[in-house]
Design a protein around this ligand. Structure first.
Ligand code: GLC
Length: 542
């Protein structure tokens, strides 16, 4: 089912160089005035997304969920959370996006469900050894009376990865206890996810973002991991992550994607070393994988050069296009990261409510604008997280009582978690939630948020919003081919041409350098005379 008046042409390769805008639905726009963003809120902002110039939106989970992990604990994979709307609202949103020429990507969360999912509730009721328990990973405990967890595996959110149920068995959860892991060796699990992919594809969804794609195949015969597990080289031998067996699952998904015309595409969230990433991106599997290398890198010219070269070389090998991302719902916003002294312990910084060390906000934003323009000049698809087009900073001072991320509780208040990038975005200068909705939002917004609102930035010609709009429009106009040619430049400058008519120069240093020949089509900061200022990107055309 695709909308009759669709403004998108069928194109099997639409994703290769797409600009994809990540919507975190609960924090994007609240149409029904309950403090939570919703699907009708997204629909109401389609004109904004169109004016921004994105090719697609990716929606983080909007499924029924008790919100133990911001919706990544899914209670029903084939419905909309009633607080966020209905399936009819979803269909209307897809139609509105398609009419506006915007494709829709949805998140699929296959590693674990919510503990409120009907299957997990059935598993609890059915008892040890039942077919219902076999959809998850239940084990007897260790020790004489089974009172010890079956292994030393730890959860990504802190604490043991095992939780005991009243009858004495334990179940595995790589994340929160409210997120039990599925057993992917069970054919029922595999069949159910194929049904989910078809369900959303039938509703016109163009692609999928696959959560924790590297976690599905586990080797449960290996009960213990070395204590330095976080530093293990992932190479197919770890018992939990990035096991070779996972690829068989995605090969099956590809067959489902290819039932559609045009075929659906997917992008893996797999935090694995660069050379392993391409395996997920193969044409016979998901099609693309997130490349988090720039997101993890400091603002440094040689790091950027190396990462770009390595990823383009890998993309050439795999036939997929690469992906670029600087911010998402799991990390500190890049305007803030770049404003902190290099090497800052960001866990401690968040615990200080973002005060120690202080952020150089102006510098962070200047660098973020330069880095985002560089990102948008690269071949491959470019993922952008809601609010980065406003130059938003991390909301680091959320009071402890308002924190929602399970990381805060699970680590005994040692890590604040990811709420600071999930604060509802500001649409207007003032109002009860800066135009997000009509009541107080589910996470508190900083008092000065109105200054970075869409309303304020629309009125300011040099705002980050205008920069993104201009960059996206120019990219659309200038982009052809998927090549990049390095250009000679000062060591502080990352310089490349996409083709003769489009060259990008980023000065990572603080001192200005001579402006290269040509006409400045766009710059991330003011260019005066014949100099390219520090921490600035320019796009040159002839
Ligand atoms: C992914 C999501 C993250 C979530 C986790 C567990 O990493 O991006 O937000 O907490 O998976 O589902």
């Amino acid at each position: 089912m695709t909308s009759a008046s669709s403004g998108i042409r069928p194109d099997a390769d639409w994703w290769r160089q797409a600009v994809v805008y990540q919507v975190y639905p609960r924090s994007f726009a609240d149409a029904n005035g309950d403090g939570l963003g919703d699907i009708r809120g997204v629909t109401s902002r389609v004109p904004y997304l169109r004016a921004l110039g994105v090719d697609a939106i990716w929606l983080s989970p909007f499924y029924p969920s008790p919100l133990a992990d911001g919706g990544y604990d899914v209670a029903d994979y084939r419905d909309v959370d009633p607080r966020l709307g209905t399936l009819d609202d979803f269909d209307a949103m897809v139609s509105a996006c398609h009419e506006a020429g915007i494709r829709v990507v949805v998140d699929v969360v296959p590693n674990h469900s919510s503990d409120q999912h009907a299957w997990f509730q059935e598993a609890l009721a059915a008892g040890a050894g039942s077919a219902e328990r076999a959809r998850y990973i239940f084990r007897d405990g260790a020790g004489a009376d089974g009172s010890l967890p079956p292994s030393d595996w730890v959860s990504n959110f802190g604490g043991s990865a095992w939780t005991r149920v009243p009858d004495g068995q334990w179940y595995l959860h790589l994340f929160a206890p409210e997120q039990p892991d599925f057993d992917w060796t069970n054919p029922e699990v595999r069949a159910d996810f194929e049904q989910t992919i078809r369900f959303w594809s039938d509703r016109g969804v163009d692609g999928f973002r696959v959560d924790v794609a590297h976690g599905l195949a586990k080797d449960l015969t290996v009960p213990y991991r070395p204590s330095d597990q976080d530093h293990l080289p992932l190479n197919g031998t770890d018992p939990l992550y990035d096991r070779d067996a996972v690829h068989d699952i995605f090969a099956t998904w590809r067959r489902v994607f290819d039932e559609y015309e045009p075929p659906r595409n997917a992008v893996a969230e797999a935090w694995v070393p660069a050379p392993r990433r391409v395996l997920y991106a193969r044409k016979t599997e998901l099609g693309q994988a997130f490349n988090f290398d720039l997101l993890e890198a400091p603002f440094d010219p040689s790091e950027f050069r190396t990462i770009i070269a390595q990823n383009l070389a890998m993309a050439e090998q795999s036939g997929a296009s690469t992906t670029w991302v600087l911010s998402n719902h799991d990390v500190i916003r890049h305007a803030t990261r770049y404003g902190l002294p290099e090497g800052t312990d960001t866990t401690a910084w968040l615990l200080s409510d973002g005060t120690v060390p202080p952020v150089d906000a102006a510098r962070g934003l200047r660098r973020a604008r330069a880095a985002s323009m560089l990102q948008l000049a690269l071949p491959g698809s470019s993922y952008h997280y809601q609010g980065e087009e406003l130059g938003l900073h991390e909301a680091a001072a959320i009071p402890p009582a308002d924190l929602q991320d399970p990381i805060w509780i699970r680590t005994g208040h040692q890590r604040k978690g990811r709420d600071g990038c999930r604060v509802p975005i500001p649409w207007t200068r003032s109002g009860p939630s800066f135009g997000f909705g009509s009541v107080a939002p589910h996470l508190p917004q900083p008092a000065d948020f109105g200054r970075s609102s869409v309303e304020a930035e629309e009125q300011s010609p040099h705002s980050t919003l205008h920069l993104y709009r201009s960059a996206l429009a120019l990219r659309r106009e200038l982009q052809r081919g998927e090549e990049l040619h390095w250009l000679d430049a000062d060591p502080q400058v990352v310089a490349f041409a996409r083709h003769d008519g489009w060259r990008s120069y980023t000065n990572f240093g603080v001192n200005p350098v001579p402006l290269p020949p040509g006409r400045v089509a766009l710059s991330s900061g003011p260019v005066v005379g014949n100099l390219l200022p520090g921490e600035t990107t320019v796009w040159m055309v002839d």
